[in-house]
Ligand binder design. Structure first.
Ligand SMILES: [Zn+2]
Length: 287
């Protein structure tokens, strides 16, 4: 088997996620990848409304504590962005229902989004307007080349079939002085080393597990260059963990969180704290 990122044959089988889905690791570029990938039909089923229940989004109503927490996380990303760009047009690829764009808009940026899911893009369209949100694939969007000052891809690049193509496309839409910011699970993080194949980011819908080296590799392929990286922090609260852990059940954490949520006052279960959860954030610029 060849590495799906760099083409090297120095690839080893790490473990099997399910009976069918193998996780492989590349010695050359450090990426880990899934083979085979889920089919389009299997993905559609996985990304249906059911999937969003794990985010605390059900129907049209957005769970308030989940929303506050996601916006708190995105405010952290905006701090990173503002070190480089402080105004202009922001495109969020994989914008879901538009939490990041809400935070960007409140910081003075002009919000635009692309979202594959008709369900969540319809919610984003109501917030930002039909012309600002595109429902479909990145390569089919009607936004002009060089139009954006900031392009964000949060928890996206691990889901796409060919990351290099996604990044190259984003590069075309980016202004020559603009930045791309990416957050994705880091296969060389301490949480990965500690948890092994029980690492929470190993999921059927995650086809790739990058690290700084493999992100540098795809940036170079797209004539870009990583100018900043950090281990990502997320804002979390107990209410959110409670929702997540009752969809993705864990033998130990689920009962612990259920008890905490029951005994603690609401003011504490909704309080955000910052925690590293095994992801990396990188900022790229065009060469
Ligand atoms: Zn490789």
């Amino acid at each position: 088997m060849n590495c799906k990122i760099c083409g090297s044959t120095a690839v080893s089988h790490k473990f099997n996620l399910t009976e069918k889905l193998g996780i492989y690791s590349c010695v050359e570029c450090n990426v880990e990848f899934m083979d085979p990938q889920l089919s389009d039909a299997e993905i559609t089923e996985l990304y249906s409304e059911q999937y969003y229940k794990s985010w605390g989004i059900s129907g049209e109503s957005e769970n308030e504590s989940s929303k506050q927490m996601k916006i708190a996380t995105f405010l952290l990303r905006l701090e990173t962005i503002k070190n480089y760009i402080t105004k202009g047009k922001v495109l969020d690829i994989g914008c879901a229902t538009g939490f990041f764009l809400e935070a960007a808009q409140s910081s003075g940026f002009e919000p635009y989004g692309i979202e594959l899911s008709e369900y969540s893009s319809s919610i984003a369209k109501k917030k930002f307007g039909n012309d600002s949100v595109f429902n479909g694939k990145l390569e089919d969007c009607r936004f002009a080349d060089g139009m954006f000052n900031v392009i964000s891809m949060f928890d996206l690049i691990e889901h796409v079939r060919v990351p290099r193509e996604t990044l190259a496309h984003a590069g075309k839409l980016l202004d020559k002085n603009g930045i791309i910011i990416i957050t994705t699970p880091d296969c060389k993080s301490t949480s990965n080393k500690r948890m092994g194949k029980k690492w929470t980011h190993y999921k059927k819908e995650h086809f790739y597990y990058f690290d700084l080296e493999s992100l540098k590799y795809i940036a170079r392929q797209c004539n870009m260059n990583i100018i900043y990286h950090e281990s990502s922090k997320k804002a979390l609260n107990i209410d959110y963990l409670h929702t997540q852990l009752n969809v993705y059940k864990h033998w130990f954490m689920t009962p612990v969180i259920n008890i905490l949520r029951f005994v603690l006052p609401k003011s504490l279960t909704r309080k955000n704290f910052h925690i590293g959860i095994g992801e990396i954030t990188v900022v790229m610029k065009k060469n």
